[in-house]
Design a protein around this ligand. Structure first.
Ligand code: AMP
Length: 308
């Protein structure tokens, strides 16, 4: 099943303890669509400026991503600058230059309005609402956000959450948004707003899934090659949604598998800057790491003679 992803397309400038890179390919929708392209046909909508390097578009096309509805705009491409210290779970924003993102007025072409799977990557929640009003009710609609929008557009974000099936946030964001340090409590408050599922991304500590019926915890991967965490959340979301679109199965068991696929894609993404690791990634490696995740989280029942 096809997946439609709408979000930012960026030139990022990043500093981590392992190096510094200027004006590299990034953006929430770029990470998400490259990750999802390993699983399902993906269409990407986002704004690019006149200065956006054509080789980045060639790379996205080569991954089979449908760019026919890209918004090519006058003015410079969106830029984000940030740095990470040794605690790489926390991104520190140095600059957000919205540029064409400030004028972005998403128009979903008729052919894509009936996409059965839709992911609203990190974007102004007002635009996320605008997109929701243009599409036919998808089988699965998920959204992501970040502290920038929680701080500036909290009420609008509430409206988005009421309209989506799944919301993805990282642990700091959900605590900030629900004003509690307690993650299960924060998730249950979000579920009460009306969404069916909440995914809390915890960086190197794994991910949590909360639905009305259950709670599932994806293990952390013992990552020894951590280089740049930018896009981890977006590649998680792209893997999660891409896998669900591929299998077209929204059973609780398959959603759990989707959470693990998301974790697998994020764990690869952080091994290099920008999309460089996903550029080299092979399907076989995804399968192998999925099995590793399974091994980490498997444990047997207590023996009867050891019962306490
Ligand atoms: P994450 O998966 O949270 O690490 O997302 C990182 C990506 O989000 C970067 O490539 C940025 O270009 C993009 N980004 C940063 N700030 C914003 C924003 N305010 N709106 C949309 N995208 C953003």
């Amino acid at each position: 099943m096809p997946l439609l992803i709408i979000g930012s397309i960026a030139l990022d400038s990043i500093k981590t303890p392992f190096g510094e890179k200027k004006e590299i390919l990034g953006g929430s929708a770029v990470y998400a669509s490259v990750a999802s392209s390993f699983f399902s046909p993906t269409a990407l909508i986002g704004p690019v400026g006149k200065d956006f390097p054509p080789e980045h578009l060639d790379f996205l096309k080569a991954r089979g991503i449908d760019l026919s509805a890209l918004h090519r705009m006058e003015g410079p491409t969106f830029r984000w600058g940030g740095y990470y210290e040794y605690d790489m779970n926390q991104a520190h924003t140095l600059e957000t230059k919205l540029n064409v993102l400030a004028q972005f007025d998403p128009k979903i072409p008729e052919a894509l309005t009936a996409s059965p799977y839709v992911f609203l990557a990190n974007l102004d929640p007002e635009l996320q609402l605008k997109i929701i009003s243009q599409i036919k009710r998808p089988k699965m609609l998920a959204a992501d956000t970040m502290n920038f929008w929680i701080e500036s557009k909290r009420d609008v974000l509430h409206e988005v959450i009421k309209k989506v099936d799944f919301i993805l946030m990282n642990d700091a964001e959900i605590r900030q948004f629900m004003e509690t340090p307690n993650l299960p409590l924060a998730a249950s408050r979000l579920l009460k707003l009306g969404c069916r599922g909440v995914i809390v991304k915890k960086g190197e500590h794994g991910a949590l899934l909360f639905t009305q019926e259950e709670h599932f915890s994806a293990p952390s991967y013992p990552q020894e090659m951590l280089c740049d965490p930018t896009g981890a959340g977006d590649s998680f979301a792209g893997g999660f949604m891409g896998y669900l679109a591929k299998t077209n199965d929204l059973s609780p068991e398959n959603i759990r598998k989707g959470v693990i696929i998301g974790s697998v894609m994020a764990s690869f993404n952080v091994e290099d800057f920008s999309l460089d690791r996903l550029k080299r990634l092979k399907h076989k490696e995804i399968m192998q790491r999925f099995e590793e995740f399974r091994r980490f989280s498997r444990f047997e029942a207590l023996l009867e003679e050891h019962a306490i």
